[in-house]
Ligand binder design. Structure first.
Ligand code: ATP
Length: 234
């Protein structure tokens, strides 16, 4: 469904991705793992067109994405739930959700989708008039996921959704991601929470210093000596 073909990415003169290739098949949960600075966020920012690859291409169902502006990427069905949630803090939960549905089909089906988001996250319904900046961390993550769902995505990319959350909330967020996949949305996840994400994913890629160095199913990588040593402290 989503194919990244040999991308190089730079910040100015500084190259941070080298020939990165991977694919995400329909209805899979695929995880990118790697240490701080390995290039995970850069990879999904490039898919979202916040960065432009210097070489290589990105395709969704065979159509090139890497020449489109960010709002067209969203309309194609690729949504990015960013690290740190990036809600509009002075706007209510409901207004934040509306910001996820500004165009086309998503706009036309806005209130129907909002009912679905409130069904997934009853807490957001209770807090729909509350300013997003006053929500707890877990509630903010729900609102960020809800805003992403409002664009009617085919594929959702999550950048460290568990960051800063208590363990019980981390499990809730991962359960929610599995439920979203069960409803037909493909998932690309960037995480440092390696054990839990490898246990829940279909396949994973390991990034090291801007290169893909390993790939496999979640269970294969959980058993891999290099992964155990580098990420699991075993
Ligand atoms: P983390 O989990 O710490 O966010 P990451 O794997 O997501 O790590 P990236 O954020 O993609 O890593 O960063 C990859 C490299 O690019 C790092 O060396 C980082 O310092 C560098 N980098 C990231 N953003 C910028 C930027 N705006 N300008 C210059 N260099 C950057």
């Amino acid at each position: 469904m989503l194919t990244v073909n040999g991308i190089d990415v730079f910040y100015g003169d500084l190259q941070v991705l080298w020939d990165v290739s991977f694919e995400v098949r329909e209805k899979e949960i695929v995880v990118l793992i790697g240490a701080n600075g390995a290039g995970k966020s850069t990879t999904i920012k490039t898919i979202s067109a916040l960065l432009t690859p210097g070489k290589g291409s990105i395709e969704l169902d065979g159509d090139r994405l890497d020449r489109l502006p960010p709002h067209e990427i969203i309309q194609k069905g690729v949504v990015h739930v960013p690290e740190g949630r990036r809600l509009f803090p002075e706007m209510s939960v409901e207004e934040n959700l509306i910001m996820g549905s500004l165009h086309g089909k998503a706009k036309a089906r806005r209130f129907e989708t909002m009912d679905y988001v409130y069904e997934l996250f009853p807490r957001l319904k209770e807090r729909r008039k509350q300013l997003a900046g006053t929500l707890s961390g877990g509630e903010q993550q729900m609102a960020a996921i809800g805003r992403g769902l409002m664009s009617l995505p085919k594929i959702m990319m999550f950048d460290e959704p568990s960051l800063g959350l208590a363990p019980i909330l981390v499990q809730n967020i991962f359960d929610m991601i599995k439920r979203i996949r069960a409803e037909g949305v493909t998932i690309l996840l960037v995480e440092q929470n390696v054990t839990q994400t490898l246990a829940m994913c279909d396949r994973a890629y390991v990034l090291e210093n801007g290169r893909v160095v390993l790939e496999g199913t979640g269970s294969e990588l959980l058993e891999n000596e290099k992964v155990k040593e580098a990420f699991l402290g075993i």
